[in-house]
Design a protein around this ligand. Structure first.
Ligand code: DC
Length: 335
């Protein structure tokens, strides 16, 4: 017999939240351990003393775990204990090495097995995503994955080859022969196309719109998503993009959606480009930002939109330090 441990947390002591959290926890335990439901002999829950609204065992039965014995107990009040926490122990009729599952705020209970975590930061151009993501990654000593750079590199490859970025067939064909790599040098992302470092070139203004157009193609998105998931599964990182919380990593540990008024975003982008030595016009940048917003948020596959469980931050009237502090505080609150 094997015993599998797990825990999760809820935000409020409410029946529906308990049902949903228990269902998620049990399903992840079953999936991660490749269990058949009739291999489970018994499931024992304990919940912290601040949970009164529902029995986790009842929630388990409702989630379809009815063929094993179920039991819930309440823990004593322990000072400093993680609040609103549901713990579980599954007794399973077979021999294997179990994967224990700790979700939501309960991840902090087992830092030993929760070694990899991801922070998803989505939002439109100029919302401050990349500056904030870099600051977070630096402070948490984890990597920053700029997913926009990957779409920009695809666009650059198409531009260099004279391929129309709007032509999905031609772009897909081209991508087959292109080696796109994201490497880290002292924790700083460098983007390589066929072995050549294009990290600076992809920032050229004409690449922005082309990247937005190329990112509409499902085949390009699938390819990028696989690469991004592979990187995020291998190491803790802060990822910024348009679809990280909704599509690439719907189970990301922490999700934020940054936005700002278009004029504010255009001003930031204008200043960034000027500081890089580009000769640009503010009105053109504003127009491009508005066009790109529209294209990114109306495309059929993985459009730019806020995930249901992401925290929305309007950065229009905030400094970068304020945004970073707010996000860190929100992360701290969740764990
Ligand atoms: O963040 P950025 O400006 O570097 O992104 C360039 C374009 O790439 C953006 O307009 C849309 C696309 N993109 C995307 O579709 N999904 C992502 N996760 C990141 C970028």
């Amino acid at each position: 017999m094997v015993v599998i441990r797990g825990a999760t947390t809820i935000d409020h002591d409410e029946k529906d939240e308990i049902r949903e959290a228990v269902k998620e926890l049990l399903e992840q335990i079953v999936n991660r351990n490749s269990l058949l439901r009739d291999e489970i002999l018994s499931i024992v829950f304990s919940s912290t003393a601040d949970i009164h609204s529902y029995y986790p065992a009842k929630a388990a039965r409702e989630a379809g775990f009815e063929c094993c014995s179920l039991f819930s107990a309440q823990e004593p009040v322990i000072e400093g204990a993680l609040p609103l926490c549901i713990r579980v122990m599954l007794f399973v009729e077979k021999e294997f090495t179990p994967h224990h599952i700790y979700l939501r705020g309960a991840k902090v209970l087992r830092k030993d097995i929760m070694t990899i975590y991801n922070v998803a930061i989505d939002g439109p151009a100029g919302s401050g995503k990349s500056t904030v993501a870099k600051a977070l990654a630096r402070d948490y000593h984890i990597c920053y994955l700029d997913t926009g750079a990957m779409y920009r590199a695809c666009a650059l490859a198409a531009i260099a080859a004279g391929v129309d970025v709007a032509d999905e067939v031609a772009v897909t064909d081209l991508m087959r022969g292109v080696n796109l790599e994201v490497l880290y040098e002292e924790n700083v992302q460098r983007t390589f196309l066929n072995g050549r470092d294009v990290s600076e070139e992809i920032r050229r203004p004409e690449v922005s719109m082309a990247a937005s157009t190329i990112s509409k193609h499902p085949s390009v998105r699938m390819h990028m998503m696989e690469k991004q998931r592979e990187i995020a599964g291998r190491m803790s990182c802060v990822l910024d993009g348009r679809d990280i919380g909704t599509f690439v990593l719907p189970d990301a540990d922490f999700k934020f959606f940054l936005t700002a008024r278009p004029e504010v975003r255009a001003k930031r982008r204008y200043e960034e480009l000027v500081s890089r030595g580009n000769r640009v016009n503010f009105e053109d940048i504003l127009e491009e930002i508005v066009r790109r917003d529209k294209q990114d948020s109306t495309r059929a596959v993985a459009p730019l939109r806020i995930a249901d469980d992401a925290i929305l931050v309007d950065t229009s009237d905030m400094t970068i330090d304020e945004v970073v502090a707010f996000i860190k505080h929100s992360i701290q609150e969740k764990i």
